[in-house]
Design a protein around this ligand. Structure first.
Ligand code: NAP
Ligand code: HSE
Length: 348
């Protein structure tokens, strides 16, 4: 296969999400090729610890512990970031975007804190920034806000946006302890590397900030958002709610004025009754209700965390990215390069 028919992917991070991306690209490679117009080939992968066992097989010569060599590699056209954290992820993505390489990221903390800087750098260098996976994992929330709510005035966003918290609260409803439920969420790959981000509400806050930014084009500072997590909820609180026919949920909500400016934003646990649609959203499932002045309430629901659910959003973004960036990638390409070796040596 010649170079123009392939897109070299530089993957930063091969943990829960990065491994999911390797698997998703392998599993659906023909469909992705058909829709993207080019076959994504993972050229280089950066991890922190080269000795760690991996759940997916990969050609060892493509693995390294140096993000810069992935971003700067002449055969990487698009960078997929699944490392997490602010640094060195921010430096890596700024380096990639400055070089005109488009980016797909799952990193909500980075987006919430530095999304505007990354987007400006992308635009200044003819690259694109894609971040569907950073919010509500497999649910196409960003796509929906970017493509549908153009004529509607959005009045309110309300949802369950952290899978780990919802998973823990759901388990606690049936008597599992907080710590046992958290350990289960971690084992399933739902929790952040630092799970206090989940249980203290930071992860939900970042997602709410990204949703607001996507809708309004400007961010709402963290200090303007009320944030409470689920850590303070006791097993007795949960039992009492269940006895009253209610369920605790970590609810994120933003309200907008008629001009589309956010006037309030809150992340907090609430005891919901069965009349509330969010009462019925259990386990790792997330849901987001968007209230538009024309359409009324539209609710999106689906898997809010996990390897393949998140990888799904990443590879959907990747297809979008490849369809729109063919020309800039081609200008860097070497016509003679043959990717067929890489395509056959990286498999799951
Ligand atoms: P993870 O399992 O901890 O994986 C992180 C990966 O990044 C690991 O492979 C790690 O290497 C690598 N890494 C970390 N720092 C690095 C560095 N300085 N240089 C090179 N590699 C480095 O985390 P994850 O759950 O996949 O999450 C990754 C990102 O996706 C986070 O931003 C998270 O918020 C986001 N996300 C996660 C989910 C989910 O369900 N898990 C869903 C949506 C979004 P080692 O393997 O060698 O340690
Ligand atoms: N830790 C996050 C959650 C991963 O549980 O929702 C998905 O963003």
């Amino acid at each position: 296969m010649n170079r123009y028919e392939c897109a070299g992917i530089g993957l930063l991070g091969c943990g829960v999400v990065g491994s999911g991306v390797v698997e998703a690209l392998s599993r659906n490679q023909d469909k992705i090729y058909e829709r993207a117009g080019r076959r994504p080939v993972i050229e280089r992968i950066a991890v922190r610890d080269l000795t760690k066992p991996r759940s997916v097989r990969m050609a060892p010569e493509r693995l390294c512990d140096d993000w810069y060599s992935v971003v700067a590699h002449p055969q990487t056209d698009v960078i997929v970031e699944a490392m997490g954290g602010v640094e060195p992820a921010r430096a890596a993505l700024l380096t990639a975007l400055t070089a005109g390489k488009s980016v797909v990221t799952a990193n909500k903390q980075l987006l919430a804190l530095h999304g505007a800087e990354l987007l400006a750098t992308a635009r200044a260098n003819g690259a694109t920034l894609h971040y569907e996976a950073s919010v509500l994992a497999g649910i196409p929330a960003i796509h929906t806000l970017e493509t549908y709510f153009q004529a509607n005035r959005v009045r309110r966003l309300r949802g369950i946006v952290n899978g780990t918290s919802n998973f823990i609260l759901t388990r606690m409803n049936t008597g599992t302890s907080f710590s046992a439920a958290l350990a289960e969420a971690q084992a399933l790959g739902y929790a952040e590397a630092d799970p206090s981000q989940d249980v203290d509400g930071d992860d939900a806050l970042y997602k709410l900030q990204i949703l607001i930014w996507t809708l309004c084009g400007s961010t709402m500072p963290e200090t303007a958002i009320v944030k409470r997590g689920i850590r303070g909820l006791t097993e007795e609180d949960v039992r009492r709610a269940v006895a009253q026919g209610k369920r605790w949920k970590l609810v994120a909500e933003a309200v907008f004025d008629a001009a589309g400016t956010p006037v309030s934003a809150v992340v907090q646990p609430l005891p919901l009754s069965p009349e509330d649609p969010l009462y019925h959203v259990g386990g790792v499932t997330n849901a987001l209700t968007v209230e538009g002045d024309l359409v009324g309430e539209v609710t999106l629901m689906g898997p809010g965390a996990g390897a393949l659910a998140t990888a799904s959003a990443i590879v959907e973004d990747l297809v979008k990215c490849l369809r729109t960036s063919v020309s800039s990638a081609q200008s860097r390409a070497e016509a003679s390069y043959d990717h067929s070796v890489a395509a056959t040596t990286i498999s799951v």
